[in-house]
Each structure stands twice: as structure tokens, then as C-alpha cells.
Design a protein around this ligand. Sequence first.
Ligand SMILES: [Zn+2]
Ligand SMILES: [Zn+2]
Length: 393
Amino acid sequence: MRAVVFMATREVAVADVPDARVEQDDDVVVRVTSSALCGTDLHMYDGRTGAVPGMVLGHEGLGIVEDAGPAVHRVRRGDRVVLPAHIYCGVCFNCARGDSAACLRVHPGHVGGAYAMPGMGPFRGSQAELVRVPFADANCVVLPGAPGDEDEDDFVLIADAWVTGWHATELAGVRAADTVAVFGAGAVGLLAAYSAQLRGASEVYSVDLIQERLDKAAELGFVPVDVRQGDPVEQIRELRRARPGARLRGEEEMAGVMAGIDAVGFQARDRSHLDKEDPRQVINDLARLVNPTGRLGIAGVFTTTDAAPAPEGGHADGSLHVPWATLFNKGVTVGFGRTHDRRYTTHLRDLIISGRARPSLIITHHESLENAPGIYDRFDRRVDGIVKAVFHH
Ligand SMILES: [Zn+2]
Ligand SMILES: [Zn+2]
């Protein structure tokens, strides 16, 4: 089969590799019709997370079940399915509680597993013609329709980008009428903002430093906040103070936001030197911006093995100096971590089927799988206005 293969730092190839096949009785093999490129793929591409040459990339796949092992009961050959990035067994102590990202069986000796991520198990990726799906009854979200229909681009975002964005709003406890700021307007950040909007947020601010992403945020109805124009915390406070309307007593002290989301992670930019990284920048900003009694959701990736940590503030082991006392004194609730796909995928699917949500509005590029090396390169260099690219297989 053809597949996108990691070769070396900043080098991928589309190559012939052995076909994915049923290896365990509860596996299926899916013929992929669409797969999406993710910022997390760049963590491998950039040599930050110890990817091994020959690894098949991609963790956001959609397709048709081609083959099923004898112990698979819930999905059949011919079913259209989306494959959540975080693989889980569905029945262990954590999965039984809905905490599927902390599955205890998928990668024995570790917590959780995923396609095509170093340290997350031996699972090959879905930027390929075929992909093996372990624990298939748990890891296939069955969908209506047929490949290439009007929902294809929406459904592929259930694999990771939208569930991660939605999970961020869960972590940040976004409720109706909340004021929300999302740092990062890549695919996950935009879809976190979109999820906040769906949940009834009254104001949604979208913070970034790339023009095309800020334009997309504005197009979707969020207030774009351009880090290149200065401190985003002060910008948001100014915008909020300038709003018309009566105030409750003391409300001027609450000119920050009630819910803040980090959709950037460890590759945050140092605001005083935008060409440099400082993994503490976003958490420092969010700690200043969030109102007393507010909530933070940290959905951007933080890695315990950063092969190239930033000189200021970066640590190879992921330990960071963060404003704990500010968060304590404000009484802020902070949530962290990977999305528990099991909790959300069916709900998000149904928001698409009902026509209530169109997350594919964030997709900017469609490519054939054979063009993967070029689009990885352009996405990595943040050129061509790529917010989210989807491969059609
Ligand atoms: Zn992803
Ligand atoms: Zn499990």
C-alpha cells in the first residue's frame, strides 16, 4: 500500500509499505478515503518527539471497513467509519468510566495509545491506503452516507481536531454566556472556539500571530486578537472594557475572561521575540487573563521528551515554571490532557448529521496523498495560509 512515511527530520516520503492487515481477532482494516494533516504530525516531522525512520504517519482517518477479524461484532465490512486518534480498549478500568485517553490495555505498561505517535504504541498511521484498527468495536465510529459526500470533510475532523477542540471547552467548563479566549487559531484552536460558540459562549476571542488564521477566526465569528499588535491580555481587556451596557458592581474587575483555552502547547512563541519559543508564554498569559473563579483548559500538547527544548524556559523533560500562586489566589480550575474520544465522538457526529455543525469550515487545503511531502513542508513553514489540510485518497 502507499503511505506517508517519516524518513528523517523534515523529510517525509510517499512509499510502498506492507499492507495493513487483521492481526488480532478484534481488529478491522479500513480503506482510508480521507486523512487529515495535524500540527501533531509536525512534532514528529520537526524531530521533536523521537520518531523512527520508516514510521507510517497520520492519526486522523476516515474510510470504509475492508476486512474484520472474527471477534468484531459491532462493525461490518462496508461500514463507513471515522477512527479517533486515541486508541482504547473500551472495557478497562478507565475506559469503563469514559476516560478512554487513559486506556490501560491498548499499550501495556503505559497510559493511553494512539496512531503514529512515538511513545503511544506500535500503531501505524492512517495517511495510508489501509490502516489496521485494534479493538475495532471501540475504535470505529460508524457513520451514515458514502465516501466523498457532503459530510466527508466534517467527519474526518471527528478523528482528532474537533474532538480535541471540544474537549478543551469541557476542560475549561465553557457554559452558556461565558466569555472565552482561545490561544492558538490553528485547527484545534479554531474548533475549540467553534465549540465554545456552539455551547452558547457570549464572546469568543481567538489569539494568534498568523494572518490567515486570524482571518479565518473572524470569518467564523470570533474576535481575532493579533499577538503581533501587542500583549493579547491587554488587547482583550480593552475590547471587553469598551463594550456598551450596564455593569454589575465590581464588574470592571472582571474584564478578563471566565474561560481560557491553550490550543498551542509547548511550541508557544515568546512574545518579546516572536521567532523564538517559550513554552511558558501561553500559560503566563492565560493566568493573567482569566478572571477570579475562572477556568482553564490546556489542550495543546506538552511532551515529556522534547529533543530540542527552547533555550529560555524549555525543558527536555517537560517541567515548566508556571504561575501557580496567581492561579491559586484567583481560585482558578485548570484541566489538562488528551481528549477522551469515547465521550464526544458520537455527539459530534450527530451535530454534523443534523446540520447543526459544519466544522469543515476551517479546512483550507485538499491534496492527494501523493502530494504529502510538499504540503508537510509548506504547513511546517506556515506558508500558503494552510490552516487545515485534508488528503483525499
Ligand atoms: Zn491530530
Ligand atoms: Zn481501555
